[in-house]
Design a binder for this molecule. Structure first.
Ligand code: NAG
Ligand code: NAG
Ligand code: NAG
Ligand code: NAG
Length: 365
């Protein structure tokens, strides 16, 4: 008789917590609909000048940040003084703190490939799906893979989402996070956080791949065809979908707007498209090092190209068709002979993965 009320009390508490979480998630959804600029940016649609100038509202409090506020206006570039910073100017180097870190992941041994997966704090479902699909660390027999999800702090709901993120991190131990605002124009900070993590905590990784969370990735083909674990790791190597002879978009109407104040040149050096590119471990460390001396721009992929240019390293072309920046319809034989297809959201992945994984079709060679 005494056990029952206790159990009921527990049940009531449990239900209350569930309702609270549901309400919170609902609020996040509603709010995602509310600030149009955020939503447009998420959908990749043009944003007006006013929207772009919107400054994020949430400031994650950090003693270090408060301390450094005064020094904020010192020139952030090595190429010239920037007396007033453009809102899209990426604040770097700055000493962002790790709010979540996994410093011991490489202790057991150097991984062959580190997957640095870009996510935002609220991408809980996407992370779970990636863990079960191409992010599965034990999917390629005999090859050590290491998967990490990278995140910043949500501009509005940093604090409540932090609680969820910490739970998830405690469960899976595969999330790293620094205390910068997680916005599209801060993506470069996320990439550099990954390069910093590799430099500090995993310096003997053979290869590093930066990958977005809306792609189809064939890790086995990448390893078998391109990286070839039976050979010594390549040096100064970077490959992906290579862009040449492109330059910054100067119209504020674009998500990819880069003002002259941020990057004055009219052209970018060759670079690999952001949805997914691979670097040798040595090059990842060099990119991190040289980034400390450059003016960081808001396009992360073009910025890594600028780092390579400064290092005097050329990108390597990948065999045609391996990295697909446009969407392709799923087809088992085709997808078993490519590395990456962009625009595969997590739910698309779930749709194609069982067939892809169970694939025993004999494909024409
Ligand atoms: C990862 O792959 C291994 C080997 O194929 C499999 O046994 C395991 O269930 C997979 N893990 C997840 C989370 O899907
Ligand atoms: C990038 O993050 C920094 C640090 O949190 C923040 O001050 C800045 O406003 C963010 N920039 C953009 C464009 O969101
Ligand atoms: C930008 O232009 C300057 C002046 O022409 C040149 O010296 C520099 O190498 C260029 N930088 C890049 C990354 O192309
Ligand atoms: C694999 O092959 C077996 C036997 O040929 C067949 O019955 C099965 O449907 C195939 N599975 C897939 C996913 O193609």
């Amino acid at each position: 008789m005494r056990a029952l009320p206790a159990r009921l009390r527990f049940l009531r508490k449990f239900l209350l917590v569930c309702v609270a979480i549901c309400l919170f998630l609902l609020a996040v959804r509603v709010q995602q609909d509310a600030p149009q600029s955020l939503q447009l940016r998420l959908r990749g649609e043009p944003v007006s000048a006013e929207q772009l100038q919107d400054s994020p509202t949430f400031q994650w409090p950090s003693p270090q940040q408060a301390e450094r506020k005064a020094g904020d206006s010192v020139p952030v570039s090595a190429t010239g003084p920037a007396p007033t910073r453009h809102p899209l100017q990426v604040v770097y180097p700055y000493g962002y703190r790790f709010l979540l870190n996994e410093p011991d992941k490489c202790r057991a041994g150097a991984p062959f490939l580190v997957l640095l997966v870009m996510t935002t704090p609220q991408d809980i479902a996407a992370r779970n799906i990636i863990r079960q699909t191409w992010g599965n660390e034990s999917a390629v027999p005999g090859v050590s893979l290491l998967r990490l999800f990278l995140s910043g702090v949500h501009p509005r709901y940093g604090s409540p989402l932090q609680w969820l993120l910490e739970e998830e991190s405690a469960l899976h131990r595969d999330i790293i996070q620094q205390d910068f605002l997680d916005t599209y124009n801060n993506l470069t900070l996320k990439t550099l956080m990954g390069m910093e993590w590799v430099s500090r905590h995993c310096p003997s990784a053979s290869y590093v791949m930066k990958v977005d969370n809306d792609v189809f990735l064939n890790v086995e083909y990448l390893i078998r065809e391109l990286l070839q674990p039976q050979l010594p790791p390549k040096k100064d190597y970077m490959t992906g979908y290579v862009y040449r002879d492109t330059g910054p978009l100067r119209s504020r109407a674009y998500k990819w707007y880069v003002p002259r104040a941020v990057y004055p040149n009219d052209t970018y050096p060759p670079y690999c498209g952001g949805p997914g590119y691979v670097l040798s471990g040595d090059l990842a460390k060099k990119v991190y090092r040289v980034a400390q001396t450059l003016r960081v721009i808001n396009m992360e992929d073009a910025f890594v190209g600028i780092c390579l240019y400064e290092l005097g390293v050329r990108v390597t072309d990948s065999p045609w068709g391996l990295f697909n920046i446009g969407r392709l319809e799923y087809e088992q034989c085709r997808f078993s002979r490519l590395v990456l297809v962009h625009h595969y959201r997590p739910r698309d992945l779930l749709r194609v993965w069982p067939d892809f994984q169970g694939g025993n079709k004999t494909c024409p060679s």
